[in-house]
Design a protein around this ligand. Structure first.
Ligand code: GSH
Length: 317
């Protein structure tokens, strides 16, 4: 991680643990907004004005938080307005590296350089996704939950009218998001990175309790909110699509595979049949990335399976 703007050699692959051995995710630090006219965003602070070609997203295909932003960008029709580039799927001693993808805006070798360029005293981890302002050469926002909202409403007429956070469903979406985050999106990480049996057991039980609940909820519904696709679907999708390939094995979420849940499988297939979802998924990167986490997989061997996933036909390659 960076301390006071300088990369520390004693980098740890795990973000943090609490006193019970549970995994704790670092909170994000760059929280600026983009609005159609530059008027203040939801935080009440002056925002940057949406302009075509000004902003860039740095993502890793392995990362579920980055995947959320890729799906939203495509659903909102912002591919020509906001550019995207990748980092290599494996975390190195220097964190995320651009490797053969290279950094199109400034030629950095590592993601942490974009952080120290944005704030020369930054202390924290250099995570993806990053929404970058090419004009001011700095990070706008590194919190995917904010980035989803910025993509949904910050680009006005540069984006299409699909509303992923409709006013009438906001309180239900907020509640659902927070449960899906706690129990599933981050729940699988809490299971995978737990350092005590108790912390692992609590996390894995929550993961499967939530999958059971969602299996019920999705019976007879196309999307979490009924017939309307919302940001909650994006947030659920990113964990479901990684489940059998990464979380089942590496994170020990192995009571049962996701493919044994009929409603969730049907739902996942429905989402991934849309190009906006399919184009945000690269199973090869997902497997290589997760299985490169040496703290969990010291040999670095990437498993060959699963031989087939129900949604493979929708993915390239
Ligand atoms: N709150 C952030 C979390 C992002 C995050 O934790 N990303 C992980 C990859 S999945 C990361 O970049 N980890 C690098 C590190 O911890 O050093 C968000 O949702 O945008």
């Amino acid at each position: 991680m960076l301390i006071d703007g300088r990369w520390q050699e004693n980098w740890q692959p795990v973000q943090g643990t609490d006193e019970k051995g549970g995994f704790v995710r670092q909170s994000s630090s760059f929280r600026h907004w983009i609005t159609p006219d530059g008027n203040p965003g939801p935080d009440g602070e002056p925002a940057l004005k949406a302009e075509p070609g000004r902003f860039h997203l740095y993502v890793a295909y392995i990362c579920p938080w980055a995947c959320r932003t890729l799906v939203a960008r495509a659903l909102k029709g912002l591919e020509e307005v906001i550019s995207v580039s990748l980092v290599e799927p494996e975390l190195t001693e220097q964190g995320w590296q651009f490797g053969h993808y290279s950094d199109p805006h400034g030629g950095a070798r590592y993601m942490h350089q974009k952080y120290s360029l944005s704030d020369s005293h930054y202390t924290g981890r250099a995570t993806v996704p990053v929404l970058w302002d090419k004009q001011q050469q700095r990070i706008v926002n590194n919190e995917s939950a904010d980035i989803l909202r910025i993509l949904n409403s910050g680009f006005g007429e540069l984006a299409n009218e699909l509303d992923l956070y409709p006013t009438e469903h906001r309180s239900e979406i907020d509640q659902l998001n927070s449960r899906i985050y706690q129990q599933l999106n981050n729940g699988v990480y809490r299971a995978g990175f737990a350092t005590t049996q108790l912390a692992y057991r609590e996390a894995v039980d929550e993961v499967f309790a939530e999958l059971d609940r969602l299996e019920q909820r999705l019976s007879g519904r196309d999307y979490l909110m009924g017939d309307r696709l919302t940001e909650s679907d994006i947030r659920l999708f990113v964990t479901l699509v990684r489940f059998d390939a990464a979380y089942y094995g590496l994170f020990k979420c192995n009571y049962r595979p996701l493919s044994s849940y009929p409603q969730l499988t049907r739902y996942l297939n429905r989402l991934i049949a849309r190009p906006a979802f399919a184009s945000a998924v690269n199973l090869d990167h997902i497997k290589r990335g997760y299985y490169s986490i040496r703290a969990l997989n010291p040999t670095g061997i990437v498993p060959a399976g699963p031989a087939e996933l129900p949604f493979s036909e929708f993915l390239e390659g």
